[in-house]
Design a binder for this molecule. Structure first.
Ligand code: FAD
Ligand code: DHB
Length: 391
């Protein structure tokens, strides 16, 4: 098989890239290791930045999002038993975010791809990328027990943190910068209307908690837990009691409980691999960088990478100029590191480290107090949360 752009991975990055290339008239093939149902059900992110929303709309994947997504104009920060709202549009010149689950984004993009895109092969697992520094790189993959090859002009690794594309960059060229955190999130889905109109990020002496949502009838909540925690040790009553304690404020507020339909533990790390391009192999999304989830940046960074990349590949085809492609890694890494910093900052400001000193806790609440009380600090938070311009 032969194509212009071979895309490894049918997550948000790979699917959006295939769609953008299709609209630019560049052909591609997507290889996805798992089956369609698995990819469509995998519970992950829930918040889309303005630029991601705009990109999905512009590529024809916004219709259901605009009907079912929930537009949010702010978030609430809770600490010291007080609640503070950060208003995005007034601080950012009108930017807002959309609550629309990654599962739904993926479903919409898969439907479009199968309807009017290039080949999207499920249960097609790439094993190795060869010839990154030649004019015709090759992806070797297995499908239905058979070994196959896909010859390409360019290979894009959208295969997530555990993918194989990163290995195409020689060890002597590749650098990975990483930090692992001493806590995880226990995430739940519950069949109960959210107890808030906007997301709540809570700092408490008992640890971090986040109240998010998936729809007007489904809540998504997270609790900081120690690494290695077993969800089986968290019966439903214990989860609701702990959430209650962490969201507690002085004044009226009540967390509504309902049947919990899913529980999982999510470890967290920060990681960046540089460069994001070697020869004719390019990395995008989680294949190149991971953020801890507190800033809601993972999916949005993946979208930003492929928007930059699709533009560069379209410019190469239209004008013959490789200038944008040559700048791909530098353009993306600048934004990636900003988002890495914001995600790290929010994570370390909101979570309690094991054995954290009272001094460190006072610094955290001083920082949160600054965001709540200063327009400059709130603006910085709002600009980062709603997403910086795509370079
Ligand atoms: P992925 O979504 O990981 O997609 C990669 C795709 O490549 C997968 O479909 C995989 O099956 C496929 N693949 C892998 N290897 C191969 C191979 N060898 N051959 C072919 N296909 C392959 N972000 C947030 O902002 N908020 C959250 O709450 C949040 N929760 C998360 C929870 C979990 C458990 C995880 C893992 C991530 C979470 N993230 C969250 C991050 C966010 O979901 C990711 O940043 C986003 O999925 C990145 O998209 P991607 O397309 O780059 O990678
Ligand atoms: C969600 C996840 C996040 O990490 C976040 O910061 C906000 C929302 C979510 O899954 O809804």
């Amino acid at each position: 098989m032969r194509t212009t752009v071979g895309i490894i991975g049918g997550g948000p990055a790979g699917l959006l890239l295939a769609r953008l290339l299709r609209l630019a008239g560049v052909d591609s093939v997507v290889l996805e290791a798992r089956d369609r149902a698995y990819v469509e059900q995998r519970q992950r992110a829930g918040i889309l930045e303005q630029a991601t929303v705009d990109a999905l709309r512009a590529c024809g994947a916004g219709e259901r999002m605009d009907r079912q997504g929930l537009v949010h104009d702010g978030v609430e920060l809770r600490f010291d038993r007080r609640a503070h709202r950060i208003d995005f549009p007034s601080l950012t010149g009108g930017r807002r975010v959309m609550v629309y689950a990654q599962t739904e984004v993926v479903k919409d993009l898969i439907a479009l791809q199968l309807d009017c895109g290039g080949p999207l092969l499920f249960e097609a697992r790439a094993t190795v990328v060869e010839g990154a520094d030649t004019a015709t790189p090759v992806i070797r993959f297995t499908q239905e027990g058979r070994e196959r090859t896909l010859e390409c002009d360019y290979v894009v690794g959208c295969d997530g943190f555990h993918g194989v594309a990163r290995d195409a960059i020689p060890a002597g060229v590749r650098q990975t910068f990483e930090r692992v955190y001493p806590y995880s999130w226990l995430g739940i889905l519950a069949d109960v209307a959210p107890s808030c109109d906007e997301l709540i990020y809570a700092h408490s002496p008992r640890g971090f908690a986040l109240h998010s949502m998936r729809s007007p009838l489904v809540s998504r909540l997270y609790l900081q837990v120690p690494n290695g925690e077993d969800p089986a040790d968290w019966p439903d009553g214990r989860i609701w009691d702990e959430l209650d304690a962490r969201f507690a404020i002085d004044g009226d507020w009540k967390l509504d409980r309902g049947p919990i339909t899913a529980k999982s533990v999510l470890p967290m790390r920060s990681s960046v691999t540089e460069p994001m391009r070697y020869g004719r192999v390019l990395l995008a999304g989680d294949a190149a960088h991971i953020v801890p989830p507190a800033g809601a940046k993972g999916l949005n960074l993946a979208a930003a990478d492929v928007i930059v990349l699709a533009r560069a590949l379209a410019a190469l085809r239209d004008t013959g100029s490789a200038e944008l492609l040559d700048d791909y890694s530098r353009t993306c890494l600048r934004r990636v590191w900003r988002a890495e910093h914001f995600s790290y900052f929010l994570t370390t400001t909101l979570h309690n480290e094991p054995g954290q000193s009272p001094f460190a806790t006072r610094l955290q609440t001083a920082q949160l107090d600054r965001i709540a009380g200063s327009k400059a600090a709130a603006t910085d938070f709002a600009e980062n949360y709603t997403g910086l311009p795509i370079g």
